[in-house]
Ligand binder design. Sequence first.
Ligand code: MN
Length: 198
Amino acid sequence: MAFVLPKLPYADSDLDPVISAETIGFHYGKHHNTYVVNLNNLTKDSPLADASLDDVIAQTYGKADKVGLYNNAAQIWNHTFYWNSMKKGGGGAPTGRIADKINADFGSYDAFRTAFSTAALGQFGSGWAWLVNDAGKLKIVKTANADGPGWMGAGKPLMVVDVWEHAYYIDYRNRRADYVSAFLDKLVNWEFADSQLG
Ligand code: MN
């Protein structure tokens, strides 16, 4: 059973103009797909060829001799979660259960928004900013490169923004702040985040 590129939950052009079809074409069609091709090549004819993505990550995280396997597997996981964290016409303050949790744990949506932006802009170089559920309390976590909080013991992911330059350079050039603002105000799929509360 080869690893497969999961289908996008929307059409390539659905997030335009916040994220263009051209960015989706490169980010999903080239970057995400390359991680899948690489992982299949790296696991071919090995016991990991039939493992689940979660198992590959669990068996390679923190192992210096398995860094290639880990990076590709973790990036497949992170990107799939990122696509699910967005939807056409999303963003802004949530409602319902996730809104109640945000208000309880951050004080207000505005306080959450400021903290999330600070994490996303403060991640030096490539990485991710996450909203996680850490043993019942919502927290914001940033991770570098391919790392993710789920397997690092830093909480269960609820939603994520990709702050690698490839996520925004076509549409926003160097302006990560504009990309993160647009992600928060126009794209976040709060129904998906709420569903991850369990
Ligand atoms: Mn990416």
